[in-house]
Design a binder for this molecule. Structure first.
Ligand code: NAD
Length: 416
């Protein structure tokens, strides 16, 4: 089959589709198809053995007409500029769909965190921030965690930024530990938000969630918290996986216990009473809800016809290619697109930024209540457009996100 897509070609195709549907001005379409700024840096650090390590880093700032750039930083050995550009575009649409006052950005460093010590990672992080610091800031660009970065990484970013400015700037980064201004509920927010969407979609599609079988690819921050939230609402988590492979148990497994096993054994595999499966097999399991929560490009034209889930909730960014999207839609599978499904993370990041700017700390209940309200509104806004257009939810979400950004460009005008 004729499909070999990169994340950027998928993102560009999605923008084109939305632009066509919205009858977007061709100039604005051209503006949105490129990022405003891409910064490439070389990160030189002293390794623990005394040698010098040199790592490539990137920060792509897509569009900021609705507010400062916002987006995660991922650490992964094979990151490319194209991939980060695609992810920065998704962030722009996502913030607009969630209706929060941010634009889109993404960053990354080509580094294998599994082969680095904590002190080496700290030096990489601080050096990376020092190289892009002029383009960061609470009203310019606010980083957050993504794959293989976490609250600790965000603490180093905040400290480096603050040291270079000469005063403490907690609002310079989100997803940091609560002790230094992080928000209650931020760590769980993306996974919880995915399940809020699943609840809404299940109600719309008459899917019963009590004992519904849920399979989750990726058992990191997002995958784990989605598993916990799914279990909380009565679903049965039948399969999870990580980079080493997956496990399956038709009777359901306990995510908290699997996490203990993973921390001890560095893998979810070989967990009691479960069958070891591959990541590919996980995607094709008979289940009610499939949640890809790891990498991009996982559901493609090569496996779309074997996906048996009734619903796919894209916790990961860009897990489904354009042709696979079409194939799932034709099979009647309800797909909740990434820019809606995983927007809970950036939504609570926005809450964190607001708390930092006002020097407040909200209780968890308030954060969770506001998250559910925001996600429900975003979900209903997307459904309303999809119903009007008689389209899938992806098209509805893209039209909503791209349309809001395009309108902001129109009213702001071009300077000079
Ligand atoms: P993480 O680093 O905490 O976890 C990543 C998980 O993916 C790990 O379990 C890892 O073992 C697994 N993995 C890595 N390579 C894999 C492979 N080849 N096959 C299967 N599994 C593999 O990252 P995270 O923060 O949970 O992010 C996961 C996804 O969610 C990413 O696509 C990210 O962009 C997206 N996302 C994250 C957030 C957030 O708040 N962290 C927000 C929105 C979207």
């Amino acid at each position: 089959m004729a499909e070999e897509h990169t994340p950027l070609s998928v993102a560009q195709t999605q923008l084109k589709l939305a632009a066509k549907k919205l009858k977007l001005d061709s100039g604005i379409y051209k503006m949105l198809s490129k990022p405003k700024r891409s910064i490439l840096v070389s990160i030189d650090v002293r390794l623990d053995n005394g040698a010098i390590g040199v790592f490539n880093g990137v920060r792509v700032q897509h569009w900021d007409v609705r507010g400062p750039f916002k987006g995660g930083i991922r650490y992964y050995p094979s990151i490319t500029l194209d991939e980060v550009t695609a992810l920065s575009m998704l962030m722009t649409w996502k913030c607009a769909v969630a209706d929060i006052p941010f634009g889109g950005a993404k960053g990354g460093v080509c580094v294998d965190t599994k082969k680095m010590s904590k002190t080496e990672l700290e030096r990489v992080t601080r050096r990376y921030v020092s190289l892009i610091v002029d383009y960061l800031g609470p009203h310019r660009d606010i980083p957050a965690p993504d794959m293989y970065t976490d609250a600790q990484t965000m603490a180093w970013i905040m400290d480096t930024y603050s040291q270079l400015k000469g005063y403490s700037v907690p609002e310079s980064v989100t997803g940091k530990p609560v002790e230094i201004g992080g928000s209650e509920g931020r760590t769980e927010a993306t996974g919880r938000g995915v399940i809020h969407c699943v609840k809404q979609a299940a109600a719309n599609n008459s899917v019963k969630l009590k004992n519904a079988a849920v399979a989750i690819q990726g058992f990191g921050n997002v995958g784990y918290h989605a598993a916990v939230a799914a279990q909380e609402i009565g679903c049965k988590v039948v399969a999870v996986s990580d980079s080493t492979g997956g496990i399956y148990c038709a009777d359901g497994l306990n995510p908290a216990d699997v996490l203990v096993h993973k921390e001890k054994n560095k893998s979810v595999q070989n967990y009691k009473d479960c069958k070891n499966i591959t990541n590919e097999e996980l995607l094709e399991l008979p289940c009610d809800v499939l949640i890809p929560a790891a990498m991009g490009n996982q559901i493609t034209c090569n496996n779309a016809d074997r996906i048996k889930a009734k619903m796919v909730a894209e916790a990961a960014n860009g897990p489904t290619t354009t042709e696979a999207d079409k194939a799932l839609y034709e099979k009647g599978i309800c797909l909740i697109p990434d820019i809606l499904a995983n927007s809970g993370g950036v939504t609570v990041s926005y809450f964190e930024w607001v708390q930092n700017l006002t020097r407040e700390q909200w209780p968890l209940e308030k954060v969770n209540r506001k998250l559910e309200t925001k996600m429900t509104k975003a979900f209903n806004d997307v459904v309303a457009i999809s119903e009007k257009e008689e389209s899938d939810l992806r098209t509805g979400a893209l039209m909503l996100g791209v349309g809001r950004v395009a309108n902001a460009i129109k009213v702001l005008g071009l300077w000079p």
